[in-house]
Design a protein around this ligand. Structure first.
Ligand code: ADP
Ligand code: MG
Length: 326
């Protein structure tokens, strides 16, 4: 199949047809109409085979994840995703693989009414780059830089499962088969917190999505906001699968330093706390308050009300993973 036929066969047909897309796939550029009183947020993320996903990952999971990591960034800005473009480098044209890949891409696009409006197709080692755009009311977006001393620190969902699944790949851990399935699903099919992000736009002072691990991403908020934070380790949410794995202190290491969770980490002022909790509860989004921001410009952690240092070798070990997972 030639490049043009491939694009037509796999990428042009799709169920999402947005009114604001004036020209989709097929010309030199796509054309979208800029909505009045709206800002457009833009992000790009690349997934390279063997770096961002293990080589045996299913084509459908790769398609899903490529879209999900971008929508997660859009969610962290408090925006509603609208359009994506897809630059894909393929070692060969494999119809079965491409069909599966596209089902992963389009299922998530349909769920969020996101239209694929263009891209590029080339031959070489497998790599996928997606650029995503989203919309917010003019100038109203979340960023990393608004946290203030005294703000409460929250996280959505549960942390560490994706990193646990990756580690399980590397050195078969003792994990029961149901739990192993759950964590594999979390690694392969992360759910971007789009609804949470949009809801938080009204309440949060700062937000980020956790792609590199809780501590690393909290560090980004602290740096951008010029504040510090204390994290209450007892409050960090772990899944049943993680709790059942009997990894004890390693579990908290996965939660603090493992990447690929794609949950939202955000800060909320005392005044907005109740409103935010009510709104997210109505939206059905699980959250946990895991600490508080302060003026120290450092990150501290406590367990059972006692301060414990976070720069021990256990954490270092996983820091290396967090970097290669970027
Ligand atoms: P050009 O050479 O002018 O850049 P291409 O031949 O690369 O155009 O692409 C033709 C059309 O197909 C363009 O509209 C482009 O956006 C679209 N396209 C190419 N690859 C993809 C892809 N992987 N996904 C979606 N659209 C694609
Ligand atoms: Mg052209």
């Amino acid at each position: 199949m030639k490049e043009f036929e491939l694009i037509k066969h796999f990428f042009t047909e799709q169920n999402v047809k947005r009114k604001d897309v004036l020209l989709g796939i097929g010309d030199d550029c796509a054309v979208v109409s800029s909505a009045e009183n709206q800002s457009i947020v833009v992000t790009t993320d690349t997934l390279v085979a063997g770096v961002h996903f293990p080589l045996g990952t299913s084509a459908k999971a790769i398609g899903h994840k490529a879209v999900a990591v971008n929508l997660s960034d859009i969610a962290a800005m408090g925006a509603k995703p609208s359009w994506i473009s897809l630059a894909i480098t393929l070692p060969e044209v494999n119809n079965e693989w491409l069909t599966e890949f596209c089902s992963g891409v389009f299922e998530l696009c349909e769920y969020y009414n996101v239209q694929l409006i263009g891209g590029d197709t080339t031959q070489g080692p497998l790599s996928i780059t997606i650029t995503a755009q989203g919309l917010t009311p003019e100038g109203k977006y979340l960023s990393r830089s608004g946290a203030k001393p005294g703000d409460w620190l929250y996280v959505t969902g549960e942390l560490g499962d994706a990193a646990l699944a990756l580690q399980h790949h590397k050195e078969s851990l003792i994990i029961d088969s149901d739990a192993a399935k759950v964590i594999q699903q979390k690694l392969d099919y992360p759910k971007p917190r789009v609804l949470a992000g949009e809801t938080l736009r009204e309440y949060a002072s700062a937000a980020i999505d956790i792609s590199d691990g809780l501590l690393a991403d909290l560090g980004h908020i602290c740096q951008a906001s010029n504040v510090g934070a204390n994290v209450v380790l007892d409050a960090v949410p772990l899944s049943d699968a993680m709790n059942k794995s009997q990894l004890f202190e390693d579990a908290i290491n996965f939660a603090l330093n493992g990447g690929d969770d794609y949950e939202l980490l955000f800060t909320v002022s005392e005044d907005n706390k109740v409103g935010m909790e009510t709104a997210l509860s109505h939206a059905g989004v699980p959250i946990a308050c895991i600490g508080q921001m302060n003026a120290s410009q450092t990150i501290s952690t406590t367990l059972n009300n006692k301060a414990i240092p976070i720069n021990n070798s256990g954490f270092q070990h996983f820091t290396t993973n967090a970097i290669t997972n970027k």
